[in-house]
Design a binder for this molecule. Sequence first.
Ligand code: CMX
Length: 136
Amino acid sequence: MKPTQIEHIGIAVKSLSEAIPFYERLLGTRCYATEVVPDQKVKTAFFMVGSAKIELLESTSDDGPVAKFIEKRGEGFHHIAFAVDDIQGALSELEQHGVQLIDRSPRKGAEGLVIAFLHPKSTHGILTELCSKPKP
Ligand code: CMX
């Protein structure tokens, strides 16, 4: 697999309404989109930084992955997402090399992308997301 770029960096926050104005000042740019992703039990907010994005994540449910993460570790760096051309091919290749997949096939993520996660226990501690434009 060869990612084409860092698509985004995910940051878990308790409150988007508090975090968005802070990141708008820090990055000198407006949040250009917010979106609820029901599959992931999160509400997201996006900022462009060069060609990559910062994605703030607020949990929409007490039992969602981001709520559990904040309860255990507090707010902070949550995941890195790489853009790939062929997400299913990348997942198969990684699985063959012993990487533990959270998603064996892609599912719907924010911004119309298809996404899949690799378990942090098999990626040196970093929750890793692959994302790709859906095939027409
Ligand atoms: N980064 C690094 N480690 C993480 C982590 C993260 N984001 N989230 C959990 N972990 C660690 C925990 O600290 C824990 O480690 P220890 O065993 O050493 O304590 C271990 O992984 C297991 O964590 P857990 O709290 O018991 O939670 P689960 O096993 O139930 O779930 C995970 C962990 C990663 C499988 C789950 O959070 C998941 O499926 N994540 C992918 C989906 C997701 O995060 N979606 C939200 C964002 C979506 C978006 O970008 O749109």
